[in-house]
Design a binder for this molecule. Sequence first.
Ligand code: R5P
Length: 294
Amino acid sequence: MTTPLIIPLPGNDALADALVHAVAGERGALETRSFPDGETYMRFATDPRDRTVVFIATLDHPDPKVLPLLFAADTARVLGASRVVLVAPYLAYMRQDKRFHSGEAVTSVTFARLISQAFDALVTVDPHLHRYPALGAIYTIQCEVAHAAPLLAGWIAANVSEPVLVGPDSESEQWVGDVARRAGADYRVLEKQRFGDRNVAITIPDLHDLKGRTPVLIDDIVSSGRTMIEATRKLKAEGFIAPVCVAVHALFATDSDAELKALAGRVVSTNTVIHPSNAIDASAAIAEKLQRLI
Ligand code: R5P
């Protein structure tokens, strides 16, 4: 068996280095640049012939990243790669999982089809599964999912005294409960109503028995930031100290991270998306899943 070739797309070098080390892979090089008209130039500086090629590309703000990724996967095949694997710590386009209004694109399905056609296998971290039971409901390739719950629980146990974990909505209950059990902490779940992309309302149940504890708000994705920001405001208005906000995937649109940082006790995230709040390293969990594929 040949050594897998690990190739980062731009911005993914740190994780690529960690994975090269963890799975005893070889770091490959892909030259990319933009032509003056905005089209992508690409050249493999390492020969992928007869190799398993692993592309590292986290897919926050995905649209400008996806076309170069598809070019890279297709070119690897044309140049003779034996297997083409994608490591996408944050997997985009999981949230539009239903046609809510007539004529809408169910982009999760179309995106899954595109990725499944281009790659033989996929590794990701906690994809946003709401209406789908598993990635296999829409992806037709082998999928390995790393879970952040043990990492979040370890961080909370080591860094927060007397925590009570708080999920912002009913969707979050299953995995906030899992993190809480692992951290040996209580948890509660709030109620969320979403009125638009940047408009949510949070309702807090009776939490008087938890006063004096440190609330730890946990969410899988922070996108517009409104969920975390509104939940933080409500908890403070109830008399809790400023919560610690923990996210798996720190997308943080516009300047919502500054707004949340000003309200919260602390904001932390895993490094599935590169962001100043990164404090929890997911690379070992990703490497363990990748090892199964190579
Ligand atoms: C919802 O389904 C997710 O778990 C997150 O709560 C949501 O994506 C957060 O979005 P935003 O930061 O835009 O409120």
